[in-house]
Design a protein around this ligand. Structure first.
Ligand code: PEP
Ligand code: MN
Length: 338
């Protein structure tokens, strides 16, 4: 349920309404906008007397929220959420460019790629240390050592680092990590999501391989219900009948999620396509559709990459891509300018 307050409401009356709601076991989330203040009510609101609330002097309107996600719902929080990561911001009109290898392979590799993508305008560095591989015989990542090496690349370049967690037990290693990635295969690892809800660190939440928008937002809700509201959604392609591409990029997720939620959404064209030649056209489509950013796999030697070489682009290709994205982002702003 959301309670929309009138302009400049009497503070004492607002407080007494909030105390009354809290006494009924309802959590109240207040969003103060330019023109409106909205109280988002989370909890068992079924027995609340809507007419009683509507009749209050300070109340403009009361609406029931049908969707099961509340904190992640645009109705609760009409303004876009902007997630701060180091000196950069995700959402709010910024184009976030996260780039780096699928996996950290050595200090030399991660530092070389980090320097190259930074020079091309990347705003964050990605690199997997814990890798969810389909085969137990494939490279599983450098694990703790991989996170240490990402830390070195961060120190040298100043780029914030994004890396994936696969299990709660790994979280103590993530202190120096700026954004914790939840991979597609873990989108519904609810115990992990609850633990991330207790942390004060941004989370990049990838869409599950066959997850609906609502299931994806419910996973965001798990994290937000714990108090962590810094979530970046990431569409990374879904399972369809098509086998030519690794997954099918669902571009519609961008406008749909922007409508349903206030959370920023970025696109991963690398895992969507599984083919390096498709990374640029899919990136163009994503930015044109209003994505807040991209996360792209960049490798200095794709044929010898230990993971996802066929979908990795070289640093010089990334450089060309960033220039094109800047042009598209600029055009998009003009096209949608009010
Ligand atoms: C990755 O980003 O390297 C990764 C494993 O992604 P996803 O969870 O989307 O498959
Ligand atoms: Mn990968």
């Amino acid at each position: 349920m959301v309670v929309i307050l009138k302009r400049d409401p009497d503070k004492a009356q607002v407080e007494s309404l909030m105390h009354w709601l809290e006494s009924k076991g309802i959590d109240v989330h207040t969003t103060v906008g330019k023109n409106q203040t909205i109280l988002g009510l989370v909890g068992d609101t079924i027995h609340l007397d809507i007419d009683l609330i509507k009749a209050l002097d300070i109340v403009e309107a009361v609406r029931r929220v049908q969707e099961p996600y509340k904190n992640a719902n645009r109705k609760f929080h009409p303004q876009d959420t902007v997630v701060k990561v180091g000196n950069t911001q995700v959402g709010g009109g910024n184009l976030t460019l996260i780039a780096g290898p699928c996996s950290v392979e050595s200090e030399e590799q991660i530092v070389e790629i980090a320097k190259a993508v930074k020079a091309s305008g990347a705003t964050m560095l990605r690199g997997g240390a814990f890798k969810p591989r389909t085969s137990p015989y494939s490279f599983q990542g450098m694990r703790a050592e991989g996170i240490r090496l990402l830390g070195i690349a961060k120190e040298i370049t100043g780029l914030p680092i994004v890396t994936e967690v696969m299990d709660i037990s790994q979280l103590p290693l993530f202190e120096n990590v700026d954004v914790i990635q939840v991979g597609a295969r873990n989108m519904q690892n609810f115990e992990l999501l609850k633990e991330l809800g207790k942390m004060k660190k941004p989370v990049l939440l990838k869409r599950g391989l066959s997850a609906t928008y609502e299931e994806w937002l419910m996973s965001a809700e798990y994290i937000m219900a714990g108090g962590n509201e810094d979530i970046i959604l990431c569409e990374r392609g879904i399972r369809t009948f098509e086998t030519y591409t690794r997954n099918t990029l669902d571009v519609a997720a961008i406008p749909v999620l922007k409508n349903l939620s206030h959370l920023p959404i970025i696109i991963d064209p690398s895992h969507s396509a599984g083919r390096s030649a498709l990374v640029e056209p899919l990136s163009c489509a994503a930015v044109a559709a209003g994505a807040d950013g991209l996360i792209i796999e960049v490798h200095n030697d794709p044929p010898h990459a230990l993971c996802d070489g066929p979908q990795s682009i070289r640093p010089e290709v990334f450089e060309g891509l960033t220039k094109k994205m800047a042009i598209i982002a600029d055009t998009v702003k003009k096209v949608y300018a009010k």
